[in-house]
Design a protein around this ligand. Structure first.
Ligand code: HEM
Length: 414
């Protein structure tokens, strides 16, 4: 029987994703938090945490809460429209996040931009760049996978995918690395503000790129596709294109970087499963779910905000309060997975929720998996005898995920 709440230690004592213990092994803390109930108040972040999968799936699907960062009680004030900077224009004015009806419209009209054909074309552009990374690497005895390969992948794929010309790359590089900090509630106001400034500059560049592209539209990338969609769809405008590009940067950069590290690390820890994992893009797609489950790299989860004072899952939520959905809490729970300690790339995932679920399902899922498959396959093709040169030290400094300080690999190619 559950212990009376007054006999239990405060939640912040059993769960702290920024603690060294969590970074070292998040599993006991994740399990302990989920034990506290389906919706748990987390004082340090002034947020509710949703811990059970059936509630999370329902919330993903039915969207009773807001996804708009500006609905958060601690978000900066929404300034009047005549004072909007680039950032506010993109995040409020045409927000993909704010208005559910507009979000559905954007998802519907942009679906062709993520069709199989377009993803294949984008992939074809990324492939030579990935090969070049490995060519430049040569055949060193050891190398840091993060420094030499993983760090470059989000940038390569986002610039190639969107179609940002090389002359703009140095300016856009920084924002790709810091964009998600603009709305992270767990970092300082100063850090968030600095990230916002970077975004303002990046939006100027994106505007320039769009203006150039309007003069020379016939290219085979995401931007040209979006400009065609803009011409054909009332209600979808340049502001939506900018917001969408920012969303791709925000959602596609950090995630890819983390995924690269954990994919290589997990597979090298289980070398006997590499051939199975890389047998086909489909096999890899399943293996990636297992990599993600086994690694439990998440520190935060997915944020939503109460749109008004409301009753929700038996609790009274004040307007603007944050609710974090944490699907990763289940990853070592034996009620969800048999033998959760065992890494098995053929494990069945039903449902597979790695990329979310429902109306906000990840736009970039196909691209992310293909890009990972491509890079990791190239790594093993070049270095069939590669191994971890050391157990990597974890970096406690990352705001969002458990990552490694470096991932030193020994090529054994001599
Ligand atoms: C391994 C890498 C990735 C993972 C694990 C991942 C996971 C997710 C998840 C779980 C969501 C839902 C978030 C929520 O409900 O709040 C999401 C949304 C999204 N993802 Fe990804 N993602 C990845 C890579 C990418 C990439 C490469 C792109 C862009 C090319 C991308 C673009 C997006 C966008 C735009 C959304 C918001 C969709 C919407 O609100 O309609 N993601 N992603």
């Amino acid at each position: 029987m559950a212990e009376a709440a007054e006999n239990l230690p405060p939640v912040a004592d059993i769960f702290n994703p920024h603690s060294p213990e969590y970074v070292d092994n998040p599993v006991p803390q994740c399990l302990a938090l989920a034990e506290r109930g389906p919706l748990v108040w987390y004082e340090p972040w002034q947020a509710w945490i949703m811990t059970h999968m059936d509630d999370i799936m329902k919330c993903w699907k039915e969207e009773p809460l807001s996804s708009d960062f500006y609905d958060w009680e601690f978000a900066p004030q929404r300034p009047p429209e005549d004072q909007w900077s680039n950032f506010e224009r993109a995040m409020i004015g045409h927000s993909l996040l704010a208005d559910q009806a507009h979000h559905r419209l954007v998802r519907r009209v942009t679906a062709p931009a993520f069709s199989r054909n377009v993803v294949d074309n984008i992939q074809a552009k990324i492939e030579p760049e990935v090969r070049k990374l490995f060519d430049d690497l040569g055949e060193p005895e050891t190398f840091d996978y993060i420094e030499e390969i993983a760090n470059h992948i989000p940038f390569i794929s986002i610039t190639r995918m969107v179609g940002i010309p090389e002359k703009y790359w140095p300016q856009i590089k920084k924002v790709i690395l810091t964009f998600t900090e603009t709305w992270n509630p767990t970092i300082s106001d100063e850090q968030r503000e600095a990230a916002r400034q970077d975004s303002n500059r990046a939006i100027d560049i994106i505007r320039e790129v769009i203006a150039e592209r309007r003069l020379d539209p016939g290219q085979d990338d995401f931007l040209s596709t979006l400009l065609r969609i803009e011409a054909e769809n009332k209600g979808f405008e340049e502001g939506d294109i900018i917001t969408l590009i920012l969303a791709l940067i925000g959602a596609g950069a950090d995630t890819t970087l983390v995924a690269q590290q954990w994919t290589v690390y997990s597979l090298l820890r289980h070398k006997e499963q590499i051939d199975t994992a890389l047998a086909s893009p489909e096999a890899f797609s399943n293996a990636f779910c297992e990599i993600n489950r086994w690694g439990v790299s998440s520190k935060m989860g997915f944020a939503r905000y109460a749109p008004r004072d409301m009753e929700f899952m038996g609790q009274t939520l004040r307007k603007g309060v944050m609710v974090l959905m944490m699907p990763h809490l289940k990853d070592y729970n034996p009620d969800y997975y048999d033998n959760p300690e065992t890494f098995d790339v053929t494990r069945t995932f039903d449902p597979d929720v790695m990329f979310g679920y429902g109306p906000r399902y990840c736009i970039g899922a196909a691209l992310a998996k293909r890009q990972l498959f491509l890079t990791v396959s190239e790594l093993y093709r070049r270095f069939p005898n590669i191994e971890l040169a050391e157990e990597p030290e974890r970096d406690p400094g990352d705001h969002n995920a458990i990552v490694f300080k470096r991932l030193l690999l020994r090529t054994n190619c001599a």
